[in-house]
Design a protein around this ligand. Structure first.
Ligand code: COA
Length: 156
């Protein structure tokens, strides 16, 4: 079984990485698909977000990192994924994730969604919170892969 794990990854966090590592124990191969949510303003450009994800998964076997700018279900078909992987951090994510899963299955009944519950140590992390902490000079090293830290030097 092949999975696709989509996100904006602005930036990738240890929470995303936890889902990627756990997902690779379920699926045979995983495509991490860097896209964007049209309702959000991005901080990092596509190339930086791709580089950050790629540098974070170097020790993850059977993980491929791609970008997409289509509907998620179209990207899933393009990369021959059988299943969409999403993380659920808290009850506040629930409505959005269920809505996405139902919408995607309506668009393509052949592609189902597996929603994985975040590990408790990562259930409070979000990309925007990390960016806010960094903008005040706070230490973000507990929240992002080490290879991601240098991208913040360019921001400040
Ligand atoms: N650990 C830590 N943080 C996590 C997380 C985890 N396991 N899972 C999600 N998050 C955070 C992210 O950091 C992000 O935080 P932010 O809001 O502070 O930036 C937030 O949760 C959710 O972002 P993300 O995972 O990137 O997903 P999204 O809900 O913004 O969706 C796409 C992004 C690209 C998957 C979605 O917009 C998409 O599918 N677009 C394609 C167009 C399409 O098909 N639309 C119809 C979909 S129904």
């Amino acid at each position: 079984m092949r999975g696709i794990y989509p996100g904006t990854f602005d930036p990738i966090t240890n929470g995303h990485l936890d889902i990627i590592k756990r997902a690779t124990r379920i699926v045979d191969s995983l495509v991490v698909a860097v896209g964007h949510n049209t309702e959000k303003v991005r901080t990092f450009g596509l190339d930086a977000r791709l580089d950050m994800v790629r540098s974070s998964v170097t020790d993850c076997p059977n993980v491929e990192v791609v970008s997409f700018s289509t509907l998620l279900v179209e990207a899933a078909r393009e990369y021959q994924a059988d299943v969409i992987i999403r993380g659920l951090r808290a009850i506040s994510d629930y409505e959005h994730e269920v809505q996405m899963a139902i919408m995607n299955r309506t668009l393509d009944p052949d592609i189902d969604t597996i929603i994985m519950v975040s590990s408790k140590e990562y259930s409070f992390i979000s990309s925007s919170m990390i960016k806010e902490i960094a903008s005040f000079g706070g230490d973000i090293s507990p929240f992002v892969p080490e290879s991601v830290l240098k991208y913040f030097d360019q921001l400040i």
